[in-house]
Design a protein around this ligand. Structure first.
Ligand SMILES: [Zn+2]
Length: 435
């Protein structure tokens, strides 16, 4: 008989008393973690472990809408165990696992398998994303209803890595998921304007470097189409990794008209620019590509004012032999889980664009709501699930790619000094990371 799957509350002391944490920067309080939930600190038993949180800020456990865990199929790049360990180090208690695995998560059985791997191996909740189309082929709808009704309870559907470019298929997918409050998460890339070879923002630099251009309009035209389809179908669409000022304009237009659209931005698009690729280092090859300064500024503004709803990592681990090629031939993608909060503090909190409350909103509360995750992104209050991230606002370090829980090393922040805030992460009351 197989051993029972460990429950997140198993192991470690029965109670942890967090003493004097600053809750979302709103004032100090104690937190008692007991049986997977927050309990009244006044009832802490004598055996409770005391964790001195003087000077630390308490946030609800972070939720990542966009993680590539690579299992099943590419366990040489990442596994559920290593990817969620990286998530825990980054302060995350839940990750949405993208469907572009091998096999693709396009059936109820495949979704249940990913969820089960998460329960068995995970240091964070693993929430499977279902594919929109069978085999990500962009032709035939996957089993959306069966995935939604399965024990995995899939609500987010995406062909990420590929764009759902057929407008009729997109319309049908939006109509279908409306019945169970699902959402279609679109990787917006018109394949006729930006094909698989496109790898550099189209402009003066792509010409100078001799790299195939990825024009900004290849993203924004798909987003313009999809927000109108969402309006027509009265359904929900979510735009993955927004990278251009033009897309921000479209999102503003759609939100002003009441379209049910949400959007995410990846940390690398908030801080890195095309300047990073002038040395042809494939570490900085990502899809959509890094953009010039004016786009980065527009993305930061859009995140500040709520036009962009959430930060999501697009954590994309790649094995060495897939990444160490000439720029044009290397795999696209970057690690992100362990550094995401540090980048958000650097770009949004330290310059005064965000307070801690906004950090919690955009990295936990809102992502949990978009994915309809009942037990994540909740208040730090008695009776709620004990998903908690404790952060040291002052800690900084030079990022070292060798010091990572991920199996991969494609870390674009290697050698750069960033905030290094995460001190401890608790998922369902259990410590999944302690510095
Ligand atoms: Zn994508």
């Amino acid at each position: 008989m197989p051993a029972p799957a460990p429950h997140p509350t198993s192991g470690g002391p029965a109670e942890v008393l967090v003493v004097g944490a600053d809750l979302l920067g709103q004032g100090r309080a104690d937190l008692l973690l007991r049986d997977g939930r927050f309990a009244d600190p006044a009832t802490a038993g004598p055996a409770a472990e005391r964790l001195d949180a003087d000077g630390l800020v308490a946030l609800p456990g972070l939720v990542d809408l966009h993680t590539h865990l690579r299992e099943p199929g590419r366990e040489d790049a990442e596994t559920v165990a290593t990817g969620t360990a990286a998530a825990a180090r980054g302060g995350f208690t839940a990750v949405l696992a993208m469907a572009n695995t091998n096999p693709v998560t396009d059936t109820a059985e495949a979704a249940e398998h990913v969820a089960e791997l998460g329960r068995r191996e995970g240091s964070a909740q693993v929430v499977p994303v279902g594919a929109v189309s069978k085999e990500l082929g962009g032709v035939e709808l996957a089993e959306l209803g069966l995935m939604a009704r399965s024990s995995a309870g899939v609500r987010v559907f995406s062909d990420d890595g590929r764009c759902v470019h057929d407008a009729r298929l997109m319309r049908r997918a939006l109509e279908y998921v409306r019945a169970f409050d699902g959402v279609i998460a679109q990787h917006a890339q018109d394949p006729r304007l930006a094909g698989p070879e496109a790898c550099c923002h189209e402009g003066e630099l792509s010409g100078r470097l001799g790299l195939p251009g990825w024009p900004a309009v290849a993203e924004s035209t798909i987003v313009a189409r999809d927000v109108q389809l969402a309006q027509l179908t009265r359904s929900r669409v979510h735009i993955c990794h927004v990278s251009t000022a033009e897309t921000v304009d479209v999102l503003r237009w759609a939100k002003a008209r009441g379209v049910d659209v949400t959007a995410e931005v990846a940390p690398h698009h908030l801080l890195l620019t095309t300047a990073a690729i002038t040395g042809y280092d494939p570490t900085f090859k990502v899809n959509p590509p890094l953009r010039p300064d004016e786009h980065v500024a527009a993305l930061c503004d859009a995140l500040s004012d709520g036009t962009i709803d959430a930060v999501a990592t697009d954590h994309a681990p790649h094995a060495r032999h897939d990444k160490e090629h000439a720029f044009g031939d290397a795999a696209s993608g970057m690690l992100g889980l362990e550094t995401a909060l540090g980048v958000v503090l650097e770009t949004m909190l330290l310059p005064g664009r965000f307070g801690w409350r906004e950090v919690a909103e955009r990295m936990s509360v809102v992502p949990a709501h978009i994915a309809r995750l009942a037990g994540q992104g909740r208040p730090l209050a008695v009776g709620e699930p004990a998903n908690l991230t404790l952060v040291d606002p002052a800690a900084r370090r030079v990022v070292d790619r060798s010091a990572s829980a991920s199996l991969s090393r494609n870390n674009p922040w290697h050698g750069r000094e960033l905030p290094d805030p995460v001190v401890a992460t608790f998922w369902g009351g259990r410590a999944t990371y302690r510095r």
